[in-house]
Design a protein around this ligand. Sequence first.
Ligand code: TEU
Ligand code: CA
Length: 557
Amino acid sequence: MKKQWWHNKIAYEIYPKSFLDTNGDGIGDIKGITSKLDYLKELGADIVWICPIYASPMVDQGYDISDYYAINPCFGTMEDFDELLAEAKKRDMHILMDLVVNHCSDQHEWFKKAMQDPDGKYGKYFYIMDGKDGNPPNNWRAEFGGSCWDKVPGYDNKFYFHTFAKEQPDLNWENKEVREEIYKMVNWWLDKGISGFRIDAIINVKKDLTWASLPPDSADGTVSVFETNKRAHGIGEFLGELRDRCFIPHNAFTVGEVFNSTPEQLEEFIGENGFFSTMFEFEHCLTTYAGAHWCDNVPFDFKKWRDVVLNNQVFVNDLAFEANIIENHDQTRGVSYFIPEEDYSYESVTALAALMLMLKGIPFLYQGQEIGMRNCRFDSADRYEDISTLEQYKQALAKGHSVDAAMKVCCQYSRDNARTPMQWNGTENAGFTTGTPWFYMNPNYKEINVEKDRASEKSVFNFYKKLIALRKTPEYEDVFVEGNTKPVFTEEDHIFAYERVSKDGQKKVLVISNYQNSAYDLKLKSSFDEILLNNYHGLEVTNGVVSLKPYQTVVLK
Ligand code: TEU
Ligand code: CA
């Protein structure tokens, strides 16, 4: 692929509400982000993606936007934002906004006008349809539960469509006027100086325009709206237009949140002339997913996970450049998902870090990942704030699970695990706020926090910093950035290993992780010159056999 300015960069995702509060109101803010740019720079982050900070009633924590041109006062002002941009530029850093245009908020002016006059101009900004004798037009189930259709107030048989919550009505991309409004807004932000966008739920913008009911995937007769998107055709016309009208003229960096794309779509989406610069690789995060309900999920399976990651790397190699994650604001904490609880240690956490950061693609770290923040055990369901967790809890109970069992499932999968405030130090409320935090703090903050971690000999932060520095070493750019990935030792049950090979085949780096809580002897297939990184002191090698300690992970030249 042609070299792009962002190929050798590291991205970091910020969940602003939980990052750092600077005015004591208990809510993280833009000034908090600005004040931590040096911290992020030191870690090695270049691109900062900020989850939505636009005006919003916050039904889905900002993913319900009521004004695309305004900053939510709980996060600060437009002046604060301009200051953040300027400070980022000074440090040669880039800001990405979150582009949420599959839907807006029911408090957006467009939707309010549409509800007043469903047959008028703004009615056509949304999908408004007649039902069947007062029942919804079809059996599609919204991502956060219930029907995708809610009644237009004052009408018995008129419904509007929503993929997510009922407060998040879907915008009608089939209407050219809507698309023009979106492009205008996207260009406005790019002109302001942001470097690009993370693009929310973008696969959902094209609907199955037959609007036909489908065979149910749930006992209540409904089918997930995500299934119906698989039957939608022609999304490329929208995305190509968005690229040509907005992204290309600005040389923007864009990362798509794309679920359920087919392998054939990879090149079309993120190949040389793709719709986006890159998109997240989610398949490996879904290896435990078994159906429509969290309580049907299956346990984590190391080999399945490893094979999904590595097969995907091989598939993508020459075609595209994906975005790699182990966690984000919609997932549980990576260390809690990919490491058995009894195995938590500096070594296991850094093993996971190395495996992710050495892959081909652009790494996206999520706030707190750099110190190994973990899932949070909530003692009662009403502690949860997340709309999807509350729905899953309800569904688990409805399926006959006990309160205990339902809580256990939420504890494992809740998006709120990632949304507890950032743990900066061991003082009250982890240094996140001097006021009352908007959300429950993970009680482990005295043990796990930035200050303590960085002072420790076994610092996860420092390990990430070294990994990032290694990735960025000019001497290895042809390996880590441009080179392809070749899986090795896949016949082993507890070894996660791959080679990164420069295009000319001259330079090779081998990443080996003994991903288990016991020692293991592995016979190497070739010799090596140098240990570039190691999460232990030293490496024992006798006659070509390396004696790996529990979770020992090394990068060998
Ligand atoms: O997520 C889209 C999405 O598909 C999620 O619903 C995902 O399936 C779920 O979070 C897994 O638990 C994006 C945002 O990242 C998410 O935070 C928003 O809630 C959602 O869009 C609606 O805007
Ligand atoms: Ca604040």
